[in-house]
Ligand binder design. Structure first.
Ligand SMILES: *[C@@H]1O[C@H](CO)[C@@H](O)[C@H](O)[C@H]1NC(C)=O
Ligand SMILES: *[C@@H]1O[C@H](CO)[C@@H](O)[C@H](O)[C@H]1NC(C)=O
Length: 382
């Protein structure tokens, strides 16, 4: 039976944690009980690519304004300190890695602590501000663009070969789980960044979306060529409904129509591009994650998920707390679990938990062709 979001609402966070511990326990025991073709008892390695929604701190090591290394970021993280995650606590990669039984979240690739055995857990290559296109986020200057993230993935594999050899490395990468989250910035920090942007003068929106999809396909093909075989690909959320857009473009608290239109063109085309790729490759490599629908659920009915609002950010200033950055001087809500949005763009840890719940056990409305628990079960037996 699929666990729907609403099943989780009445649960206290204690029960939620208990359920998570149980699920992780089941997964770990399951892989021990089965004959192991992995040549080891390690959980799957986990690799993360994309933008600020999944960056766990790479930008801390870069000269860029796209960073989350000052309070109150991290206020609900176990250390209560900022880490570079764009969240009050855990982000989506953290919660997924807990669900696949990893001993820890994959470290940012630029972290000096990513060495030796720790490399075998995986790595996070994501960088806040980046997009599918090289010219997205140019205002952030030094960020790790997609082609560079993929180049680092290649370099990572060379380094791992030094630890477990070339054959071991190939197996580790082929059996790994990959998450990629990119595309939102190609609208927010490119096409719609300023009126009459270069890209918006070059393309009408439908042609721009087509161009993005064709460039994204090349990146995913490259990821496959580098050995990835299970890749969760998230669509964009409801871009026009984030507090920043409500403050700047929305009329009377309505979602901004141009960005909503962008998301509604992009997401279905992404899904069919993934289907085509899978057909071409003859296997279900790419899994479409319908983050738009997951977000829409709590945007349209926040109370059902225990939120007091899905319009106002917990941390920020101005209308909807949607203007400028989240800084030590910003308004800060006392209870982060009551807010769908942590800052003007990024979900709270609580919202991230709801999203990951659907990734793990959602129906095909959310996960196509299958959810993460099905993937884990399949990969444990093949
Ligand atoms: C992005 O930049 C890389 C490196 O310069 C280049 O190889 C790639 O073709 C560029 N992509 C596009 C779409 O221009
Ligand atoms: C998703 O996961 C649950 C197990 O948590 C399973 O029962 C369900 O059938 C799965 N749904 C799909 C569509 O794979």
């Amino acid at each position: 039976m699929a666990i729907t979001l609403s099943n989780f609402v009445p649960l206290t966070s204690k029960t939620l944690i208990l359920v998570m511990v149980l699920v992780v326990g089941v997964i770990v025991n399951g892989s021990e009980a089965r004959p192991n073709n992995n040549n080891n008892n390690r959980p799957k390695a986990f690799f993360v690519f994309g933008d600020s929604l999944v960056d766990s701190g790479n930008n801390n090591y870069l000269a860029t304004t796209a960073r989350a290394d000052a309070p109150p970021y991290g206020i609900d993280y176990p250390t209560r300190r900022p880490t570079g995650r764009f969240s009050n606590g855990y982000n989506i990669p953290d919660l997924i890695s807990q669900r696949i039984g990893s001993p820890e979240s994959p470290l940012p690739y630029l972290s000096p602590e990513l060495n030796g055995q720790r490399l075998l857990v995986g790595a996070n290559f994501a960088s806040a501000g980046i997009g599918i296109l090289n010219d997205t986020g140019i205002q952030f200057v030094n960020i790790i663009r997609m082609y560079q993230q993929l180049e680092y993935f290649r370099e990572y594999q060379r380094r791992v070969s030094g630890v477990i050899g070339a054959t071991g490395t190939k197996a580790l990468v082929n059996q790994a789980l990959v998450l990629i989250t990119v595309g939102g910035n190609d609208f927010v920090n490119n096409y719609y960044l300023v009126p009459y942007s270069a890209r918006s003068r070059q393309y009408p929106l439908p042609q721009y979306v087509k161009y993005l999809i064709s460039e994204y396909q090349k990146l995913l093909q490259r990821l496959y060529d580098l050995g990835a075989r299970r890749v969760l690909v998230t669509g964009t959320g409801p871009l026009g409904c984030v507090p920043s857009e409500l403050a700047q473009r929305g009329r009377n608290g309505q979602c901004a129509t141009d960005l909503q239109r962008a998301a509604s063109l992009f997401n279905p085309q992404l899904e069919s591009m993934l289907q085509q790729l899978n057909r071409k490759l003859g296997r279900d490599v790419f899994i479409a994650v319908n983050t738009a629908q997951m977000h829409n659920n709590f945007v349209s009915n926040p109370a059902q998920f225990g939120f007091v609002t899905s319009k106002v950010a917990c941390c920020g200033q101005g209308p909807y707390n949607g203007i400028g950055l989240c800084t030590p001087l910003s308004n800060l809500c006392p209870n982060r679990n009551l807010y769908a949005f942590w800052d003007a763009f990024h979900p709270s840890e609580k919202a991230n938990r709801l999203i990951v719940e659907e990734i793990v056990s959602g129906s095909t409305t959310y996960m196509k062709p299958m959810n993460l628990s099905t993937i884990l079960a399949l990969d444990a037996t093949t």
